[in-house]
Design a binder for this molecule. Structure first.
Ligand SMILES: NC(=O)C1=CN([C@@H]2O[C@H](COP(=O)(O)OP(=O)(O)OC[C@H]3O[C@@H](n4cnc5c(N)ncnc54)[C@H](OP(=O)(O)O)[C@@H]3O)[C@@H](O)[C@H]2O)C=CC1
Ligand SMILES: Cc1cn([C@H]2C[C@H](O)[C@@H](COP(=O)(O)OP(=O)(O)O[C@H]3O[C@@H](C)C(=O)[C@@H](O)[C@H]3O)O2)c(=O)[nH]c1=O
Ligand SMILES: [Mg+2]
Length: 335
């Protein structure tokens, strides 16, 4: 019987060195996926106010003829963005908007990566006290029903945004521009990205852990560390869905996509050093501190927890638990 080769998918990705970009390139070897990238100096998102540069980008993408464009390049230095607001906005807002416009003119969908930092982090869980006399007449089924609908404090896609940092503000502007110029958009908000490459908290911990006997890490900001490999796998699933059902409107819009579960930065550090000590790497004394004890230029959200039910339901994307990918990453970083 004749074998039909499944069609290969092609994505064009902005950025060359970023954590998510590199993870997508790695997946290209395995997943009937071709990944084309462009980054600085050839493609500088802050320069896309220049029409000629947009045209160059457009004709490059046209030659490649991808199925989807992924905008994975961004100004990601959260503290420096407080001082360099114009540059952060040029990359994260106008730059993202320009890439989305190029995509729209070529009739292509865009996947825009965004962040938990678009929220102010003040959302809290609803408390449901089953023993409250108010509920004494309720039967078990009613109680179960109420329990299932109690808000656990995770942010849903439609929750009010209110970024506290310049980085978060510019990323939110980017979301809005992308959505405005290209109806075929998937805005993916993720959080606390780490991998064996680039700059991230896991690598910082292993570096400072090797230099110091004690490390203090904040224990009052909560979120989900998310490996870039898991994000890349999620993106590939989304690309498949868009290629298979481009007319399905449900596939477009804003989605939250992080690894499963919650921890604090301190909990994340604890898991990193536990893995590190097993692998013969640094294992300093780890102290839990408060945000006030670790002052930084940019405020971070206290609650960065994103509810990922929508992307599971619509795109069938479920990322692994946040702990699952730490050991292998630590081993790779320690080399
Ligand atoms: N890192 C995180 O913790 C999180 C990231 N995100 C979002 O996920 C996406 C991917 O992040 P991540 O992979 O961590 O990014 P990285 O910080 O690892 O890399 C950023 C990438 O953007 C590129 N870049 C920066 N400025 C420009 C510019 N002016 N023009 C072109 N390219 C530029 C960099 O290129 P160069 O090598 O030239 O500097 C690099 O390739 C971003 O949209 C980010 O906002 C969301 C949540 C958490
Ligand atoms: C290095 C270090 C950080 N911290 C604290 C500071 C801060 O509250 C928290 C995280 O610090 P970082 O600066 O590494 O992380 P930060 O740059 O804020 O990470 C963010 O990056 C952007 C791009 C995102 O989109 C976010 O999702 C998030 O991942 O840990 C300590 O308490 N002790 C330490 O030794
Ligand atoms: Mg940082």
């Amino acid at each position: 019987m004749e074998q039909i080769e499944p069609e290969r998918m092609k994505v064009f990705v902005t950025g060359e060195t970023g954590q998510v970009v590199k993870a997508l390139i790695k997946l290209a070897d395995q997943d009937r996926l071709d990944v084309y990238t462009a980054g600085r100096p050839w493609l500088d998102l802050s320069e896309l106010t220049d029409d000629t540069k947009c045209e160059h980008l457009s004709s490059m993408i046209e030659d490649i003829s991808p199925d989807v464009i992924v905008n994975a390049a961004a100004y990601t230095n959260v503290d420096k963005a407080q001082e360099e607001g114009d540059m952060a906005a040029a990359v994260n807002a106008s730059g993202a908007g320009a890439v989305a416009m190029v995509a729209r003119k070529l009739g292509l969908p865009i996947i825009q990566i965004s962040t938990d930092y678009v929220f102010d982090g003040s959302k809290s869980a609803e408390i449901f006290d089953e023993d409250n006399p108010e509920y004494s007449d309720y039967d078990a089924e009613d109680i179960a029903d109420i329990k299932a609908n109690v808000d656990d404090g995770t942010y849903k896609e439609g929750d009010l945004t209110n970024p506290k940092s310049v980085y978060g503000q510019t990323k939110l502007e980017g979301e809005k521009l992308v959505a405005y110029v290209n109806p075929c958009h998937v805005i993916l908000r993720t959080s606390w990205v780490y991998s064996e490459t680039g700059n991230n908290f896991l690598k910082t911990m292993l570096r400072v852990g090797a230099e110091r006997e004690e490390v203090g890490v904040v224990d009052d900001q909560f979120g989900a560390p998310t490996h870039a490999d898991a994000i890349a796998a999620g993106i590939v699933q989304i690309v498949k869905n868009l290629v298979e059902s481009p007319e399905n409107e449900e596939l477009y819009g804003v989605f939250h996509m992080t690894c499963r579960g919650t921890t604090s930065w301190h909990g994340f550090a604890e898991a990193i050093f536990k893995a590190s000590s097993l692998a013969g790497g640094p294992n300093p004394k780890l102290n839990a501190i408060t945000t006030e004890e670790y002052p930084l230029p940019a405020p971070r959200p206290v609650n960065s927890r994103l509810n990922c039910e929508k992307i599971a339901r619509v795109h069938n994307v479920r990322l692994p638990a946040w702990e699952d990918l730490i050991m292998k990453t630590v081993v790779k970083v320690l080399g």
